[in-house]
Ligand binder design. Sequence first.
Ligand SMILES: C[S@@+](CC[C@H](N)C(=O)[O-])C[C@H]1O[C@@H](n2cnc3c(N)ncnc32)[C@H](O)[C@@H]1O
Length: 266
Amino acid sequence: MPDWRSYDGVAETYERVHAPRLAEPARDLVRAAGIRPGDRVLDAGTGTGVAAAEAAAGTGDPASVIGVDPSLGMLAVARRVRPQVRVVAAAAIDLPFRDGAFDAVIGNFVLAHFTKYGTALHDLVRVLRPGGRVAFTAWADGRDELTATWLELAWSVVPRPVLEAALDDAIPWRDRFRRPEAIAEALSDAGLRRIRIDRRTYRFRYALDEYVEGLGTWATGRFVRSMLGEAGWTSFLARAREIFGERFADPLLDVRDVLIAVGVKP
Ligand SMILES: C[S@@+](CC[C@H](N)C(=O)[O-])C[C@H]1O[C@@H](n2cnc3c(N)ncnc32)[C@H](O)[C@@H]1O
């Protein structure tokens, strides 16, 4: 396995299990960003290119959209599955683009990953033209039964403080950016104005096997896997499947709240 913090080793599963579902909020993100035909769009943390492809549908020209991501594994899948989307290996700091190069910058479930989010936002705003829009989605949900079951399982094999410390490393702002006022403050500090944040609920349906497999792609699953090794992970997943199967009807319904935040560069 590559470094557990990276999505490199889980890109194929991410694409199969999550990408089709995350396309729905990505579509709403593109709409909220007001993407129009002819716009030049940057998709920060593009992953397998889900939001970039939605943006390309909005601009009417795939060549006007660029996705950046530090995970080469995610980008390799993006190139294969969405060849119309142009992707570049880069993190959202020191972006390889000139000032004012884009009409819109979007990021689907990425903001909480930026270690130095102020610096990242500053650079994302730099590459935006005056009057351009920045838009992000972020998970806003609290503790539902599915998440509680998953954490209970994870804590049974990795002590909670160890897991929390690891997650602080991988997704440092996962709790902070569940709150709309924290996102508004970060966007405002980055110089954006006319900030608007909507909350939407999405209902994702998964077959039991698919849901359990998908758990391994999120940071908690990647860390647990790195701790257990492959044999331990396989038996852990079998136990997870059994427990989710006992507690929930198959297919599982995962109801998630998402914030969609937009700001304008003056
Ligand atoms: C939850 S995934 C979302 C991927 C994609 N936006 C989607 O909607 O499917 C988070 C992505 O952010 C990327 N990422 C993490 N840190 C980043 C950074 N500093 N700059 C840009 N992307 C980053 C990860 O590699 C990963 O592909």
